[in-house]
Design a binder for this molecule. Structure first.
Ligand code: PHE
Length: 346
């Protein structure tokens, strides 16, 4: 793992192994240039502890950019737990308590938040042992689930992409593939259907697909066909790395705007998309609605309307990014990263 640590360029990783459960945990603090690091806690059945750490490293650097784009007084961090799913099921409190102890030992250099397989209830549990978390439940004084605002931000990213790539914002009759319809993807589908889009869904969990098909009459495609299905806009809302040297030549869409983190497998994939003439809404902007929810409600004490407005502004930020990329003939990810980095210098 030495190589991935060198390439990362972040500040430090705090790690521990819980001998009782076999869980490995990593808190990756990428940058505290804007303030204490913050980012979600992800629990996943990785193939090995090192894969968990590497995922945390990549996700934490994306958080640095996301926080900067949001003008949040926070840096980028992410935490990951590697644990056997059966052990997690049986010993979740024990594992989260161990995580809380690791979190507490950082004394506020990093704040946790919900992410894949964690939610506001987990934040409540952790908060009892360490107060450095966002998005506790409303009953416990937190801002609750980020799902709605993450999806809303992605919806505005899709509107901006339609405006720039297709010439008009109106989604009526536009075909949109939503790859991954968990919490965020599912909420996004509902917004798109309301806006008159022709939605096509896909997920490795077939029950999620069946539910959306019966509720909204949307179409469905097999998970392995999602990315290459012909459509106006592709919305990746599952896991990362799906845009790469293998998939990009096969894409049949005009634009890509989704909530998944780390959609590009390598930095070169940005130019690959540009060269194919496919507009890409950089993921750390398109998925920033969740951060605006947590930070807006909890740090800035915003009203619902203020959070909604800030989330809507993500669409405007994307239009600026698209224009800058066009003018400079760069990829859109590069243009967005340049904007974010300009906000890292104090
Ligand atoms: N999981 C969120 C994300 O990846 C992280 C987050 C939400 C951080 C809310 C702070 C506040 O964007």
């Amino acid at each position: 793992y030495a190589e991935s640590l060198c390439a990362w360029g972040g500040e430090f990783v705090a790690s521990c192994h819980d001998a009782d459960t076999g869980a490995f945990m990593f808190i990756c603090v990428h940058s505290t240039a804007r303030g204490p690091a913050a980012g979600g806690l992800r629990i996943k059945a990785y193939d090995a502890p090192v894969s968990a750490m590497e995922d945390g490293l990549r996700l934490s650097s994306a958080m640095t950019l996301k926080m900067a784009i949001c003008d949040a007084p926070l840096g980028g961090g992410k935490s990951v737990i590697f644990v056997d799913p059966a052990v997690l099921e049986a010993q979740r409190p024990k594992i989260l308590a161990r995580f809380a102890a690791l979190l507490e030992s950082l004394h506020g250099t990093y704040y946790g938040a919900p992410d894949m397989n964690t939610g506001p209830d987990d934040m409540d549990f952790i908060y009892e042992r360490s107060r450095y978390v966002f998005c506790r439940t409303a009953e416990r004084g937190g801002s609750g689930s980020t799902t709605h605002h993450t999806a809303l931000g992605t919806f505005h990213a899709i509107l901006a992409s339609a405006e720039f790539a297709l010439g008009r914002r109106d989604l009526t009759g536009r075909s949109i593939v939503v790859q991954g319809v968990g919490g965020v993807g599912g909420a996004l589908v509902e917004m798109l259907v309301r806006a008159g889009a022709r939605v096509i869904v896909s997920d490795v969990v077939s029950a999620r697909v069946d539910d959306l098909v019966s509720r909204f009459g949307v179409a469905a495609v097999a998970p392995e066909d999602a990315v290459t299905t012909a459509c106006d806009i592709l919305a990746p809302c599952a896991t990362g790395g799906i845009l790469n040297a293998r998939s990009i030549p096969e894409l049949r869409c005009a634009a890509i705007a989704g909530a998944a983190n780390n959609q590009l497998e390598t930095p070169e994939d940005d130019a690959r998309l540009r060269d194919r003439g496919i507009l890409y809404a950089p993921d750390f902007v398109a998925s920033a609605g969740g951060v605006l929810h947590g930070v807006g409600f909890e740090l800035w004490k915003w009203s619902e309307a203020q959070v909604d407005q800030a989330v809507e502004r993500l669409g405007g930020i994307l239009l600026d990014v698209f224009a800058a990329a066009k003018a400079d003939k760069t990829g859109t990810r590069e243009a967005a990263e340049r904007l974010a980095r300009s906000k890292l210098v104090r």
